[in-house]
Design a protein around this ligand. Sequence first.
Ligand SMILES: C[S@@+](CC[C@H](N)C(=O)[O-])C[C@H]1O[C@@H](n2cnc3c(N)ncnc32)[C@H](O)[C@@H]1O
Length: 252
Amino acid sequence: MHTFVKKFIVPLLAKRRWTRVCEIGASFGESTELLAALPSIAVTVIDPCLDCDLEKKFGDTSQVTVKRGLSLEVLPGLHNSFDCILIDGDHNWYTVYHELKVIADRGLLRRGGIVFLHDVDWPWGRRDMYYQPEMIPSEHRQTCELKGVVQGQRELSDRDGFSRGVPKATQEGGARNGVLTAIEDFMGEHKGEYEFSRLFGDDGLGILFRRQNATEDLSFLSVKRKGAIYNCLTWPKRVAETIYHRAGKPIR
Ligand SMILES: C[S@@+](CC[C@H](N)C(=O)[O-])C[C@H]1O[C@@H](n2cnc3c(N)ncnc32)[C@H](O)[C@@H]1O
């Protein structure tokens, strides 16, 4: 997420002068530091602080409020209307689907605001991973193992692969499995209100825009960087193809 925050999200927030941000999943707070450097910003961070004591780290930073806890425990107690919400916490269907649902039900994202979601591509787009499997209700938890994940291979590997030691779904794909599947399921229930697009590279960034009216398009999501204009339609073409998605249609 850090690369996307640096190259895309921070310049976009600066350009739009958006100031009310929620960051779910902050790890060591490196993206938080980039966000906190923006003028007039107020960042609400939600994280159980598994990697770092973020309350201590940002104790003297007035722009940052740390809510220590799991997103699904903390979000229902918020009353904010955010311009932008970054989701990069627990990368599994149950957590992401319910994060989006709570955000929508409680109106935590204002109309015209954006939810950015990391890890919409391989490996977690179609495969759950769990920071703390015991925190996910068993009926929503995939059978999981600590083996390696190998691109193009549905099964996990005993010998090779990435992210060994992290609990992850034994099988890739299928219902209620992975971050992108969670977004699709949420979109299917909110037809017309949200627009989704994604940037490829660095495990993929999902951009979920909450419409203000039916005629808006996402081309306003452009930033100038090193003399070139990038937006969510052109920026990732330097890396790979961008897929532009309308509510209700399947995400490729
Ligand atoms: C991939 S790291 C986030 C990286 C960060 N966004 C960045 O750009 O540097 C994932 C973080 O999510 C946190 N996390 C795990 N489960 C969570 C949950 N249910 N709610 C909120 N945060 C969670 C972990 O503590 C960890 O700090």
